[in-house]
Design a protein. Sequence first.
Length: 68
Amino acid sequence: MKHDSKTISRAVFDEKLQSYASTVPAKLADLEKQRLETIPHALAEREAPLLTKAEVQTLVDWKLYVYA
């Protein structure tokens, strides 16, 4: 069943979110960890929340892999 932001219930969203990690291909696991954990944590620690060139490259690599 397809869901969109206007029709999905909070319970279904939470269920899908919980199962997301198990759907990530092994090749993408490191990029996912950086995208969801490492980079946001680094940004929160910075006085000016700006991405480094390496962080931008990581996010571009993730996006290219996911949407290829």
